[in-house]
Design a protein around this ligand. Sequence first.
Ligand SMILES: Cc1cc2nc3c(=O)[nH]c(=O)nc-3n(C[C@H](O)[C@H](O)[C@H](O)COP(=O)(O)O)c2cc1C
Length: 209
Amino acid sequence: MKDQQPPILIVGIVGSLRQQSYTRMAVTIALRGAAEKGARVQLVDLRHYALPFCDGSGNEADEFPDVARLRAEVAAAQGIILGTPDYHGSFSGVLKNALDLMGFDEFGGKVMGLVGVAGGALGVINALNDLRKVGRSLHAWVTPQQAAVPQAWRHFDDDGALTDPDYEKRLLEVGREVAHFASLLASKETRAFLEMWENAMPNPGAEGR
Ligand SMILES: Cc1cc2nc3c(=O)[nH]c(=O)nc-3n(C[C@H](O)[C@H](O)[C@H](O)COP(=O)(O)O)c2cc1C
């Protein structure tokens, strides 16, 4: 019988501070998809964190305990879902600052999924593409699927439910995919494979030539 692994943790970071944020609604649905796959989930709502601007020192947590809280919560997760609104054709400054307060310790080698909302009809695609580049710089494995809800004001009701099942399906799918690949990466078999890979001879077949 295979060893039972403890459930993985997926956190969803909300990149909008607005009270009735559609980004929060979108991230909440994506986390529901991750929970369906057996993951533990946690909403990291930046609205409830007193964060300073990143000053590049790395010492921001000395004066702002919420920086340490944010770092610890994200570091504890095996997978991360980033949610952003479209702000002037890219992702929000609030999210960028939160990401800048963290780094490889929190994101390196982890699975990352992207969701976004926009007020306009063109959607939030450029913002998600920008986030994809940032994810790469953080050495995260950004999943190929992403979910965008354009004209979010049209598609969410006051309780955070989506009136269009297609958007809901895509958001759930991002959460499922993050949980799926995060648990694959965390599995003992994958760990053993990665160890063998790392210890393999650098150029098999070239010996003796
Ligand atoms: C500073 C700012 C810039 C925005 N720029 C865009 C934009 O370029 N394109 C767009 O479709 N919506 C834009 N919007 C609208 C937001 O994407 C929309 O209101 C979204 O619902 C905000 O996310 P939230 O509900 O999670 O707060 C902008 C909103 C703000 C406040």
